[in-house]
Ligand binder design. Structure first.
Ligand code: NAP
Ligand code: GLV
Length: 321
C-alpha cells in the first residue's frame, strides 16, 4: 500500500506527479494562502509524510497529532519553523533543501546590497512620480560598493557565495562564523575577525546565519552602535536575527546609513511597520531563492527527500541535531 502524505501548498505539476507515483497525496491546493492551523492538525492525523514550507510551524502539537509520521520534508534550507528536537524524540526524520538555492540566494543578497547602497528603489519612484526635474551634483547619491569593506556574518554556503561575488567588486571581505573556515580564507581571499571588529570596520554587513536561540537578535542596539554611520545592513537570513525595533532607532538616529531586508520577524510583514516607512530601507517579500529554476530544484529535492525516507532510504539532505 502506498504511504499517505500531506503537501501544504500547491506545487508545480511535475512535482505533484512525482509524489503521486509513490504516495497517496492529500494537498492544500491554494497557491497563495497557507493552510489554516486547524486544517493542518486534522490532515496530519493519518499521514506518513509531510511536505511543508517555511510558512508552517511544525511544533510539538503538530508532531503529537501525527502518530504515524516518519518524515517532515521542508522545501527550504532554513528549518527554524520545525521543532527538530521534538521530531527526533518521536523518531521522525527532518529533511531540507540546502545547496540548490545557494547561488540564487547569494545573487539576491548582492542585488539587495546594491539596491540599498545606490538607492535604486527610491530613484525609480522619484523618476516615475515625475519628481526628476534636472540633474544635480548631490541628487540620489549613495554609497560606493567597489573597493569597500564587506562583513559577512554566517560564512556557510550562501555567505561564501556572496564573498565570491564581492571579489569582482574588489571588496575587502571580513567574515565572522561560529567556526573558523581557514581553508576558505586563501581560496576566497577573506579574513576571519571577531564580531566587534567586523561591525566596526565593515561598510556593508550581510547576515547569513540560521535562526535559532543562539542567533535571536544577534544584531541589536549594542551591535548597531558599533557600526559606521555610513554602514548598510543586509538581512537575507531570518527576521529574528535582527532586533527590528533597535534597527528602526539606529536608522532614524542616523547611526547607520541604510538597510536591505528580505526577511522579517513576522511574515508577511505588516505594511504599516514603521521600518518600512523609511526611504533608506529596501524591503522584499522573502524572495531570496525565488528564481523559477531554483524553486523547481528545491521542490524536486524536497520530494526526493520525502520519497527516500518513506522507502526507508536515506534522504538526500537530512537535518541533523
Ligand atoms: P549554512 O551553509 O549552514 O551556513 C550557515 C553558517 O552560519 C554556517 O557557516 C554556520 O557555522 C554559521 N553559524 C551558525 N550559527 C552561528 C552563530 N551563532 N554565529 C555565527 N555563525 C553561525 O546555511 P546556508 O545554506 O548558507 O543558509 C543560511 C541561512 O540563510 C539559512 O539558514 C536560512 O535561514 C537563510 N536563507 C534565506 C533565504 C531567503 O530566501 N532569504 C534563502 C536561503 C537561505 P558552522 O560552519 O560552524 O556550522
Ligand atoms: C528560505 O528562506 C530558505 O531557508 O530556504
Amino acid at each position: 500500500m502506498k504511504p499517505t502524505i500531506y503537501v501544504t501548498r500547491k506545487v508545480p505539476e511535475p512535482i505533484y506527479a512525482k509524489l503521486s507515483k509513490s504516495c497517496h497525496v492529500n494537498i492544500w491546493n491554494e497557491p497563495d494562502i497557507p493552510v489554516p492551523r486547524e486544517v493542518l492538525l486534522e490532515e496530519v492525523k493519518e499521514i506518513d509524510g509531510l511536505f511543508c514550507l517555511i510558512t508552517e510551524t511544525i511544533d510539538q502539537e503538530v508532531i503529537k497529532a501525527a502518530p504515524h509520521l516518519k518524515v517532515i520534508s521542508n522545501m527550504a534550507v532554513g528549518y527554524n519553523n520545525i521543532d527538530v528536537e521534538a521530531a527526533a524524540e518521536s523518531g521522525i526524520i527532518v529533511a531540507n533543501t540546502p545547496g540548490v538555492l545557494t547561488e540564487t540566494t547569494s545573487d539576491l543578497t548582492f542585488a539587495l546590497l546594491m539596491a540599498t547602497a545606490r538607492r535604486l528603489v527610491e530613484a525609480n519612484d522619484y523618476l516615475k512620480k515625475g519628481q526628476w526635474k534636472t540633474w544635480s551634483p548631490l541628487q540620489m547619491t549613495g554609497q560606493d560598493i567597489y573597493g569597500s569593506t564587506l562583513g559577512i556574518i554566517g560564512f556557510g554556503r550562501i555567505g561564501q557565495a556572496v564573498a565570491k561575488r564581492a571579489s569582482g567588486f574588489h571588496m575587502d571581505v571580513l567574515y565572522y562564523n561560529r567556526t573558523r573556515k581557514q581553508e576558505m580564507e586563501k581560496t576566497l581571499g577573506v579574513r576571519f575577525t571577531d564580531m566587534e571588529t567586523l561591525l566596526k570596520e565593515s561598510d556593508f554587513i550581510c547576515l547569513l546565519v540560521p535562526y535559532n536561540k543562539h542567533t535571536h537578535h544577534l544584531i541589536g542596539e549594542k551591535e548597531l552602535k558599533l557600526m559606521k554611520s555610513t554602514a548598510v545592513l543586509i538581512n537575507t537570513a531570518r527576521g529574528g536575527v535582527v532586533d527590528e525595533q533597535a534597527l528602526y532607532q539606529a536608522l532614524i538616529n542616523e547611526e547607520i546609513w541604510g538597510a536591505g531586508l528580505d526577511v522579517f520577524k513576522r511574515e508577511p510583514v505588516d505594511p504599516a511597520l514603521p521600518l518600512l516607512m523609511l526611504p533608506n530601507v529596501v524591503a522584499l517579500p522573502h524572495i531570496g531563492s525565488a528564481s523559477i529554476a531554483t524553486r523547481m530544484r528545491m521542490a524536486n529535492l524536497a520530494a526526493d527527500n520525502l520519497i527516500n525516507a518513506l522507502e526507508n532510504k536515506e534522504p538526500v539532505m537530512r537535518v541533523t541535531l
